[in-house]
Structure formats: C-alpha cells, structure tokens
Design a protein around this ligand. Structure first.
Ligand code: ADP
Ligand code: MG
Length: 208
C-alpha cells in the first residue's frame, strides 16, 4: 500500500474526492463552526493539482512536501496549518520507501505535531479523533491493512465525534451545543484517508 512515488493519477483522484465533498463539509461546518471547511479544502486541494508537475510522479517525500506547503499557503482557517503540519511532518519523518511499521511511526509523530500545533488532543472533537485511531490501526500488525479496515476505522472514528463536546477549535465556543454534530475536520480526514487508500489500491472491489 505504500509506494516510493506518488503519480499524478493518485493526486487527481484524491483531489477530486476532496473537491467533490466541499459542500457537505461546509454544511457540517455551518452547524458548529463558520461554514467554510469544505470551501477551504476545495481551494487547497485544487491548488495541489495546479502545483503538481504535469502528469509526473514525484518521490514520496517530495510529493508530501508539495502537498503540505500548498495546503499551508492556500487552505486558510485552522485546518490549513494543521493539515500542512500533518503532511510536512510526514515528509520529514518517512523514509523514501516506508514499510508498515515506518508508516505507523511517522504518522504517530505527525499526529503528535498536529496536536502540539493545535494545543489539542484526541477526545476534543477534531480531526485528531480520526488521525489517532488511524495511526494505531497501522501500528497494529494483528489487524489487516486494507481499504476495508481503514474505511471501517476512520468511519467509526468520525461517527464517534457526533457525541463529543468540542474542547478545541471554533466548535468549542458552542460548548454543549456542539454535541450532536459530526466534526467537519474529522469527516474530511476520514474522506482523505479513504481516498488515499482507494487511489493507491489497484482497481478492484476494494476501490469501490
Ligand atoms: P476554521 O475553524 O478556522 O474555520 P476550518 O473550518 O477549515 O477552519 O477547519 C475546522 C476543522 O479544523 C475542525 O472541524 C477541526 O477538525 C479542525 N481544528 C480546528 N481547530 C483545531 C485544533 N486546535 N486542533 C485540532 N483540530 C482543529
Ligand atoms: Mg471553518
């Protein structure tokens, strides 16, 4: 599932997924934030496609660097800095062709960097509530790492944010009234994880 390079088709698929869900993410953010999360990410991921060298594959770390830098400078909002931190830390921490254990370790450190940047933690009703179980799944060699298991993990984690009271981010201003809505950043992280898995998996039942 982890390759030494990322080609333009993979990027196109992931970008299409994030752009395609912009309205849904804005609606989630309207309920407990300021309604711009999908618009922010659509701008950022469209810029990633523009920044990508035409039709080319990039080595994994260079690819993550391009994605991270582009998201930091174009997304805006809290999520721009946080997604930027995630990708730029992965770019720094991953070896050129990572195995499963190295991927888990790098993602663990990237998630810690996001938490430090956001002064937040799992349980605060943010993207961390999906990122944290995701690196733990990858680290747990007793569980298979396939599109189905990743999808189940991140979907369950995003659903779990509905019952949480927000402690970090804009939604925390609502206190108890943040309960009953899925966190938009948890949903976008879920979509991103599924899109990356599907884009890296050869065509077949797992990609549908
Ligand atoms: P903004 O809140 O500035 O409008 P976005 O709407 O783009 O930014 O992103 C909101 C999402 O960012 C939230 O749903 C949450 O998942 C995530 N987020 C916001 N603040 C934090 C934080 N301090 N720590 C972790 N995630 C955060
Ligand atoms: Mg917002």
């Amino acid at each position: 599932m982890v390759h030494g390079e990322i080609d333009a088709i993979v990027v196109d698929r992931v970008v299409a997924k994030m752009v395609g869900h912009a309205e849904e993410l804005d609606a989630l953010d309207r309920a407990i934030g300021d309604g711009d999360h999908g618009t922010n990410l659509r701008r950022g991921f469209a810029a990633v496609r523009t920044a990508w060298p035409n039709g080319r594959a990039l080595p994994l770390r260079a690819a993550l660097e391009v994605i991270g830098r582009t998201l930091v400078t174009t997304v805006g909002g809290a999520s721009g800095a946080l997604y930027g931190t995630l990708f730029l830390t992965l770019a720094r921490e991953l070896p050129a062709v990572p195995g499963r254990g190295e991927l888990a370790g790098a993602l663990e450190r990237a998630v810690a960097a996001v938490a430090a940047r956001g002064r937040s933690a799992p349980g605060h009703k943010t993207m961390l509530d999906v990122l944290d179980p995701l690196w733990r799944l990858i680290a747990d060699r007793a569980r298979p790492l396939a599109t189905e298991t990743v999808t189940h993990c991140v979907a369950t984690a995003a659903e779990a944010t509905i019952a949480m009271r927000a402690v970090s981010g804009r939604a925390s201003f609502l206190g108890e009234r943040s309960i009953g809505h899925m966190d938009p950043g948890a949903r976008s992280t879920m979509l991103l994880a599924i899109a990356v898995c599907a884009a890296l998996t050869p065509a077949g039942p797992a990609t549908r």
